[in-house]
Design a protein around this ligand. Structure first.
Ligand SMILES: C[S@@+](CC[C@H](N)C(=O)[O-])C[C@H]1O[C@@H](n2cnc3c(N)ncnc32)[C@H](O)[C@@H]1O
Length: 218
């Protein structure tokens, strides 16, 4: 979706977002944060941080920066940080994930949960996730990826893809074209509830300088 459409959609959804999506997206957030929280002293970027549902669950020794395109979603994230007294949130900034203003290699870990199917250009976001992540750092993507083989599921996803603007997300985004030739190594792919509808992909940013920074995530 064009970023203006995204902003308009989330202006409408913001007030009810936690109620509608809080529970159904919980498993992906939890599994991702469990993996990140095994390590300490990290600077983490959460792209499409939304209302900040995940923010209280990061280990306090990891520093978090969040970005989102929607001012209204971010306002709720700021309120959550204040209410919960979270001290490890460095900043929450309005920014387009397709054109971030961070320097290269700014973060140890970069996370995008339930964002890729919402943005206009997922490949541009993938390039940005890689650019702002340190070489050897970790990238986590949680998303619904569409079927890659012919069958009923693919037919259904192609049919509802016509309603992308109305639904606010693209149902027909396969994983392979997004991740292949992206300069990343896949560490782990996990299917998530409900019904394996969502997938968590844990990737390692390949070190183009040849000095891989090996870290024990998994
Ligand atoms: C489905 S919500 C997911 C929110 C949060 N990650 C969660 O797990 O609840 C998608 C979020 O991505 C944000 N978003 C969409 N397009 C974006 C873009 N181009 N740049 C930054 N954020 C974007 C939306 O504003 C929204 O807050």
């Amino acid at each position: 979706m064009h970023i203006d459409t995204v902003r308009a959609a989330y202006r409408r959804y913001a007030g009810v977002y936690d109620l509608v999506f809080g529970k159904s997206f919980e498993a992906g957030r939890q599994q991702t944060l469990d993996s990140i929280n095994r390590r300490r002293g990290l600077r983490v970027l959460e792209v499409g941080v939304g209302t900040g549902l995940s923010l209280p669950d990061y280990h306090p020794d990891n520093i978090i920066v969040g970005i989102d395109a929607s001012e209204e979603m971010l306002r709720l994230a700021h309120e959550r940080v204040a209410k919960k007294g979270l001290k490890n949130i460095e900043s929450l900034v309005e920014m387009d994930a397709q054109k971030m203003t961070f320097e290269d290699a700014s973060f140890d870990v970069v996370v995008a949960m339930y964002v890729m199917t919402v943005v206009e250009d997922p490949k541009a976001v993938m390039d940005e996730l890689k650019r702002v992540c340190k070489p050897g750092g970790d990238i986590y993507i949680v998303n619904h990826f569409s079927a890659e083989k012919a069958g009923l599921r693919l037919k259904f996803e192609r049919m509802i893809a016509n309603f992308a603007e109305l639904l606010g997300w693209h149902a027909d985004m396969p994983m392979t074209p997004l991740l292949s030739n992206a300069g990343i190594e896949i560490v782990k792919i996990s299917k998530l509830p409900p019904f394996g509808m969502f997938t968590m992909v844990h990737c390692r940013n390949q070190d183009t300088s040849g000095e891989a920074m090996l870290q024990g995530a998994g």
